[in-house]
Design a protein around this ligand. Structure first.
Ligand code: ADP
Length: 646
């Protein structure tokens, strides 16, 4: 049979991964087809594709998860192959089968391999027989509380409940002792049902301080399977990866080989073809245990690409056309070190709630050797609450780990994002942390260093306010008109020229405000940099003006400064006192209090489900429930009042 020719590829995804897949497809001379929801009509992946097909709808279920529409889009646009990206339908065997049934090529493994690994419990049973080591646990069919109680007793607390259909940390709960089991099981089952339409659970011994080390495997259609080294993804928050790197620091060549060969056995046991990842937990003694296999391209694949020099998407396309893998195991390169961070629109100051809104400012780090940015957004784009809030990934490569780490820090410093909250400061604090620099990696890293990684917002310094005022006044749009740039009236040192002599400014920044008296000089704005001179030392701070906001880089973070608005401030303080509002659009799954009830500080009041995760609304301080504005099952919108406390 002659190999099928692929000339046009449809990407059934959005955001950074859609852009990333299309980049390789274009470089291979292929035509790219994007699909998009109604909300994503102007999204970057739609803009970058050669051909676009509108799926309509907003929610994933009405757009990116519509198998029939995706296949019709491929047929209408002349695509022979569909790349699923990650998430959405990437591990849906039904999608793979429907694509094949339509005579098209699925750029992923055979549907049977997806099925084999689709259920974590079935996968474990299979791996057990293939001789791959497992974490002690229970992954049977019985799902009643009593079965779990007995299983937990046998394996010993703490334990970890996991959704068998799970992914993305959803439906996962640590249980410390038997008293917590019933409630944790019920909550995990609810989350699993709403995320995956399947409430089945398994339970594992919860290993303390393990490392997450995963093996990238790649197989062709001729029975040849390679491992492309490992990635360490131990830096996690709530069991979700935040930082990934390759190779895993300290892993010996013998361990790499043992894990690699185990991963290849796992892939071969299910007739795998294409790119896949076998995830292991590595304990302090160097023993490793199979967790699961992801039958798709992973978010963190770029670190593997960086140390091997291979393009995994190009390999996916070539393998799908019947080509053989071009090297032997011994020829797989491992050169230097790479680190990736995941950039999210979320608010680390408020329990990492996803943020939605317009990217008023979005500047990426400058391109350069060893630097890679995979992103799916541009300045002015609107981040909608309908999809995963990941904006992109920053990947740095170096000859060694320290070089990669410092390069990544530089990239993080150059990034400038405004208009919505992101985790960029949090990422910077992780990468800059001495324990990270020393590669003290395990899954407890973030909780252990919580105090330094998520410091309580401190009072902004006098110096900051002074610099902010200088930059603010000098960047006033009226003084920055292009056509007047050469006029003495447009000079940014407005004060010295004696323009409307404003000597005091009332500014606000991150819920703080200050009336600042302007110092007569000492700071000058040159382009997008504020130069401050003190005792003969001149320092530069990035200062970017966007409309009524000034973004000032200070102390390793970008701060957004505005003219103080007393009305907005009054609104904000009202909503902070007493009234507890929905942090985002979602539905109320539980109301745990009644009107008149006395509650302690930190007590759970209401559970909101949004973006497929449960979020607890808690009492900020002790009080009495004065009013309830929501009921179980109700949909609520962001900002709407839920509970009033007195
Ligand atoms: P998901 O598919 O939802 O991402 P995984 O099974 O891949 O869930 O686990 C995610 C993370 O949770 C792992 O990377 C690891 O940090 C942690 N984890 C999973 N199982 C265990 C365990 N038995 N003990 C300790 N940590 C675990």
């Amino acid at each position: 049979m002659s190999a099928p020719r692929i000339t046009t590829v449809l990407v059934a995804n959005r955001g950074e991964i859609a852009c990333r897949v299309m980049r390789t497809a274009k470089a291979m001379g292929l035509t790219t087809v994007a699909v998009h929801s109604a909300t994503d009509r102007q999204a970057r992946h739609s803009r970058e594709a050669d051909i676009c097909v509108d799926l309509g709808g907003s929610k994933a279920a009405d757009s990116y998860l519509q198998i029939d529409k995706l296949i019709a889009a491929a047929q209408a646009s002349g695509a022979q192959a569909i790349h699923p990206g990650y998430g959405f339908l990437s591990e849906n065997a039904g999608f793979a089968r429907a694509i094949e049934a339509a005579g098209l090529i699925f750029l992923g493994p055979p549907a049977s391999a997806i099925d084999a690994m689709g259920s974590k419990s079935a996968a474990k049973a299979l791996m057990e027989t293939a001789g791959v080591p497992l974490v002690p646990g229970y992954h049977g069919a019985e799902q009643d509380l009593e079965t779990f109680r007995l299983a937990c007793e046998r394996i010993g607390y703490p334990v970890l409940l996991k959704a068998t259909a799970g992914g993305g940390g959803k439906g996962m709960k640590v249980v410390e002792h038997v008293g917590e089991l019933a409630q944790a099981l019920a909550s995990a089952q609810r989350e699993a049902l709403s995320s995956f339409g399947d409430s089945r659970m398994l339970v594992e011994k919860y290993l303390l301080k393990p490392r997450h080390v995963e093996i990238q495997v790649f197989a062709d259609q001729h029975g040849h399977c390679l491992y492309l080294n490992e990635r360490d993804c131990s830096i996690q928050r709530r069991h979700q990866k935040v930082v990934e790197e390759a190779p895993a620091p300290g892993l010996s060549p013998a361990q790499r080989q043992a894990m690699g060969e185990s991963a290849v056995r796992a892939a071969q046991a299910i007739g795998y073809v294409g790119a896949g990842t076998v995830e292991f937990l590595l304990d302090a003694r160097g023993e490793f245990f199979f967790m699961e296999m992801n039958t798709r391209l992973q978010v963190e694949h770029p670190v593997t690409e960086a140390i091997t020099g291979l393009d995994l998407v190009a390999w996916q396309i070539r393998v799908a056309q019947g080509e053989a893998l071009p090297m032997t195991q011994a020829q797989v390169p491992l050169h230097g070190h790479a680190i990736e961070v995941r950039l999210y629109a979320e608010d680390p100051g408020h329990d990492f709630l996803p943020a939605a809104g317009r990217l008023a400012l979005y500047r990426e780090s400058a391109p350069g050797p060893g630097r890679r940015v995979d992103s799916g957004v541009a300045q002015g784009d609107v981040i909608s609450p309908f999809y995963d809030p990941m904006l992109g990934k920053l990947i740095a490569w170096g000859e060694n780990r320290e070089q990669a780490r410092l390069r990544l820090l530089a990239m993080l410093d150059e990034f400038a994002i405004g208009g919505l909250k992101t985790n960029i400061g949090f990422l910077r604090r992780i990468i800059a942390h001495p324990a990270f620099a020393e590669a003290q990696l395990d899954t407890g890293f973030i909780p252990r260093h919580q105090a330094q990684l998520l410091p309580a917002p401190g009072e902004l310094s006098d110096e900051f306010w002074e610099a902010a005022a200088q930059a603010f006044i000098q960047s006033q749009p009226a003084l920055q008109r292009d056509d007047e740039r050469d006029s003495p009236w447009a000079a940014t040192t407005g004060l010295r020229l004696g323009l409307a002599a404003q000597t005091s400014l009332h500014l606000s920044c991150e819920e703080q405000d200050r009336a600042v008296n302007l110092a007569p000089d000492g700071a000058e704005l040159h382009g997008e940099y504020l130069h401050r001179t003190q005792q003969g030392v001149r320092r530069q701070h990035r200062a970017i003006r966007q409309g009524d906001s000034l973004y000032l880089h200070w102390g390793g973070e970008l701060h957004c400064i505005k003219a103080y608005d007393p009305i907005a401030a009054a609104d904000a303080s009202h909503s902070q006192q007493g009234g507890l509002t929905a942090p985002m659009n979602g539905s109320i799954v539980r109301v745990l209090v009644e009107v008149g009830q006395q509650v302690e500080a930190g007590a759970q009041l209401v559970v909101l489900e949004a973006m497929k995760m449960e979020h607890s609304i808690r009492a900020p301080e002790a009080g009495v429930v004065k009013a309830l504005f929501c009921a179980e099952g109700e949909m609520v919108s962001e900002g709407s009042a839920l509970v009033e406390l007195e």
